[in-house]
Design a protein around this ligand. Structure first.
Ligand code: NAD
Length: 337
């Protein structure tokens, strides 16, 4: 069984390069969403607390079984801790034996951003040059980096009430984008934007974006609303948009649509990718990807890391499963030297 630590993940991404990693992950995601019906899927198991959530997220086809342990604690950064941390595992379905244990804090940020890029590929206007990102915490730079792989972004506007988070974002992306503009408010950041990402963290029904703020033809990727009682968009905005979700039975509990149960959901993303439902149909329509994070995305990401780690010789073999000459002599192997 291979162990991929945080050090291994850094080595892997730096060695292959962030842009190449993003491209390979996007490809894996698109492949796995395209064969949606081959998977055993279920909404994640979420254990809620007043200050956060702890979740288990499984998904499997006939070859590989993946699951992730992940949290969401919006007030963690005040204690010097990440809002979201995760670990994951990939197992061999024919035997049930684990193949890989993997850090998934970075991998979750990478797969969340790749999912944003996949949504934008089908839902954003072709000439989406102005990206606004609201919330410049841990996920934010990953979002911009992945979107740049599918959209010809000329300008990135960003806003966060935390000046330190704003400065960090500007510093990390300096030189990667020609026009990086710090905005003084969400209104200023999103004015005229064709692509908007909301990546904020607060355990409340927020109204980060209202209908008045958003231009016709914009594509909104709302990823910070991912729990009951934790949303980002004014509900009225949903009434005027083509709404796409990952997995309806999970999204209706956790997504923006929890505030508008009667809202018409246009499609699950896989239906658009496989051509069963149309994506964007005009330059004027408002599209919203109400993303909450789905287990299939973790499957695609773990599958990629497993392939790359083998190719590149990254990670170490660890013993977490007894290796026995006689599989019936579990007791004897424990008691003998
Ligand atoms: P983070 O705590 O590092 O950053 C969140 C940022 O939002 C902070 O900098 C905070 O100042 C800012 N913010 C809070 N209220 C705001 C407001 N009103 N306007 C603008 N900015 C505001 O968190 P993170 O790890 O970057 O995660 C961001 C969000 O994305 C969280 O809610 C997390 O649960 C969610 N998330 C979703 C997915 C998914 O797949 N959909 C995956 C990972 C994380």
């Amino acid at each position: 069984m291979r162990l991929i630590t945080t050090t291994d993940m850094c080595q892997l991404v730096r060695q292959i390069g962030l842009d190449e990693f993003n491209a390979r992950l996007l490809k894996n995601l698109e492949e796995d969403f395209s064969r949606w019906e081959q998977f055993q899927l279920s909404p994640r198991h979420a254990t809620h607390y007043p200050h956060g959530v702890i979740e288990l997220m499984p998904s499997a086809d006939d070859e590989l079984y993946a699951f992730k342990y992940v949290n969401g604690h919006p007030s963690n950064p005040k204690q010097g801790k990440l809002c979201v941390v995760a670990v994951g595992m990939l197992a061999d379905v024919p035997t049930g034996y684990p193949l890989m244990m993997c850090e998934m804090t970075w991998l979750t940020a990478l797969r969340t951003a790749a999912t944003t890029a996949l949504g934008a590929r089908y839902l954003a206007r072709k000439e989406s040059h102005l990206l606004a990102i609201i919330g410049t915490g841990a996920q934010s730079e990953f979002q911009v980096s992945a979107l740049a792989g599918v959209c010809d972004i000329h300008t990135v506007r960003y806003y966060d009430p935390d000046a330190k988070a704003m400065a960090k974002f500007g510093h990390n992306l300096k030189g990667r984008f020609p026009h990086l503009t710090a905005s003084k408010s969400t209104e200023e950041a999103v004015e005229g934007a064709s692509l908007i990402v909301t990546a904020t963290a607060a355990k409340c029904h927020n109204r980060i974006l209202t209908r008045e703020m958003v231009s016709p033809g914009a594509h909104i990727h709302a990823l910070g609303g991912d729990c009951p009682g934790k949303t980002e968009l004014e509900p009225a905005l949903l009434d005027h948009a083509k709404i796409v979700v990952e997995y309806q039975s999970q999204s209706q509990i956790e997504g923006e649509i929890q505030n508008r149960p009667e809202a018409a959901i246009h499609a699950e993303l896989w239906e658009i990718i496989t051509g069963r439902r149309p994506g964007r149909e005009s330059d004027e329509e408002l599209t919203i990807f109400d993303s909450v994070g789905f287990a299939l995305e973790d499957y695609a990401a773990l599958r990629l890391v497993n392939e790359l780690a083998k190719e590149m010789g990254i990670g170490q073999e660890i013993s977490l499963i007894p290796d026995l000459d006689d599989p019936k002599d579990l007791f004897g192997a424990l008691m003998r030297d």
